[in-house]
Design a protein around this ligand. Structure first.
Ligand code: AMP
Ligand code: ZN
Length: 474
């Protein structure tokens, strides 16, 4: 079975066929680095990471590019509100570039904790000003852009079809009619958007560049079109982002890219739906600001959060609660314990029949529009199967190239931790434990209980776990 993927552009599940055989060009909207990423942002990056890794897993040669938004993103996606970077800099009494550096590093540190691979190319927007100017100049020349009130706007009336992701009602999307968003009187059409600002509302805008239209800075949308085209050329196989980016950001990217190159730009659009809290949309400004560090402070392994995300389909919104995360943690820990037990078994040879059969469960799941929940079920299928440890471990190693939830690494850690804990037991306790093990084997539970009491009296706790008896100091 070929991989099928839901394409927001056609609103159908389609066979994924890259333009060039064996190669995939992939673009991802990167973070706006004015604050830490919240775990909702990171849900998008986790699912995009699974997509990239699965494409690689099927043998495709993927080149993935991501921007870093360090200029141009206002608090409203419709060119209104405050400049997010400037707001971050003021909040922390730092320069915009200091803020950008700090939060870019923080983003990649979170990604590393979540086993999210860094894309092949990561390009901050401030490094591509010449490209933006080149594309904007060409759009003006071709009649797709105009100057008004000092800014350069894209003229959406020049397009046959502007609203390409027509999942939505036009009236819900038109920026000008959105409640609370002030209308820019320079615009010829409500949906027009800024390509270059010179008349900034922000007198203290730090980052400005010379341009044919005066000193200013780029709008947000132009950066993704330009950075993608700079590294991946005029044809893009797949573009990713969170669902909130479909409009206006991706809609605007398509408008300006296709007007510039004169043909279709990107074949597949992959959108990850939101992580919400019980009280609604996740936010950096209201409610608890949920970050990876916060989860760590509360004692969660970041990979448990990754596992939690995998249990739901990327095209469904997901509700975060600590209760849901705790449930995921229980399942995760059980799974890792089972794998730790496998590591101790005398493996044998890989059984090809079992390997292929169990591998098919995994690939069938991911081939079907990246069904990660079923891919996790495929892990359980392996653990439950009657085949030998060598086959199981070989499969789990392969699965984890995509799932990246530390299936083997965390199981090894657990196994070593248990072995170390055992080594540290005093000889007397070890001897009693051996006698108790023998008593239990002979079903002499009275004696086993007596021996347990003796161990407890020496200051140790005896617990029965799925991996066997665990003895730890009180
Ligand atoms: P930003 O840093 O605001 O540019 O957003 C980074 C990425 O996170 C974008 O792809 C957004 O679409 C995505 N995103 C924003 N909020 C959420 C959320 N609550 N759940 C999932 N993805 C989100
Ligand atoms: Zn983008």
């Amino acid at each position: 079975m070929k991989m099928k993927i839901y394409n927001s552009l056609t609103r159908t599940k389609e066979d994924f066929i890259p333009r060039e055989q064996g190669k995939v060009s992939m673009y991802t909207c990167g973070p706006t680095v004015y604050h830490y990423a919240h775990i909702g942002n990171l849900r998008s990056y986790i699912m995009e990471d699974i997509l990239e890794k699965y494409l690689r897993f099927t043998g495709l040669d993927v080149t993935r590019v991501m921007n870093i938004t360090d200029v141009g993103h206002l608090t409203s996606d419709g060119d209104a509100g405050d400049d997010k970077m400037l707001k971050g800099a003021k909040r922390e009494h730092k320069t915009v570039m200091e803020i950008a550096k700090f939060y870019t590093d923080a983003f990649f540190s979170d990604c590393a904790k979540l086993n999210i691979k860094t894309p092949d190319v990561v390009q901050p927007a401030t490094g591509c000003i010449d490209e933006f100017i080149k594309v904007i100049s060409s759009l003006i020349e071709k009649g797709y852009a105009y100057e008004a009130g000092g800014n350069i706007y894209f003229d959406t009336s020049k397009l046959g079809q502007y609203y390409v992701f027509n999942d939505f009602k036009e009236e819900d999307l038109a920026v000008g009619v959105r409640e609370g968003v002030e209308e820019d009187s320079n615009k010829r059409n409500k949906a027009d958007f800024v390509l270059w600002f010179t008349k900034s509302k922000f007198d203290d805008q730090e980052l400005k560049w010379d341009s044919p239209w005066g000193v200013g800075y780029p709008g947000w949308h132009i950066e993704c079109s330009c950075i993608s085209m700079k590294y991946l050329g005029e044809y893009l196989d797949i573009h990713c982002g969170g669902i909130d980016n479909a409009f206006p950001h991706h809609t605007n990217e398509i408008a300006q890219s296709e007007s510039y190159i004169g043909h279709k730009w990107c074949n597949y659009w992959f959108h990850v739906h939101h992580l919400n809290t019980n009280s609604g949309k996740m936010s950096k400004s209201s409610g608890e600001f949920l970050t990876v560090s916060l989860l760590e402070e509360k004692g969660y392994d970041p990979l448990v959060y990754r596992f939690f995300c995998l249990l739901s389909h990327y095209r469904k919104s997901l509700v975060f609660s600590y209760e849901n995360l705790d449930n995921a943690a229980v399942s995760y820990n059980k799974m890792i314990s089972k794998i730790a037990a496998l590591l101790g078994e005398n493996g044998g040879e890989v059984d090809k029949e079992a390997y292929d059969r169990l591998m098919k469960n995994f690939t069938d799941a991911l081939d079907n529009d990246l069904n990660t929940a079923l891919a996790v079920t495929a892990v359980y299928d392996v653990l439950r199967d009657g085949t030998n440890a060598a086959t199981k471990l070989a499969l789990l190693r392969e699965f984890d190239k995509v799932l990246s939830i530390g299936l083997i690494a965390n199981a090894e850690k657990l196994k070593n931790a248990s072995a170390n804990a055992e080594e540290e037991l005093p000889e007397e306790v070890k001897k009693l434990a051996e006698e108790r093990k023998a008593a239990r084997k002979e079903k002499n539970f009275a004696l086993a209980d007596e021996l347990r009491d003796k161990i407890t009296a020496l200051g140790y706790i005896v617990e029965e776990t799925r991996q066997g008896t665990k003895i730890t100091k009180k």
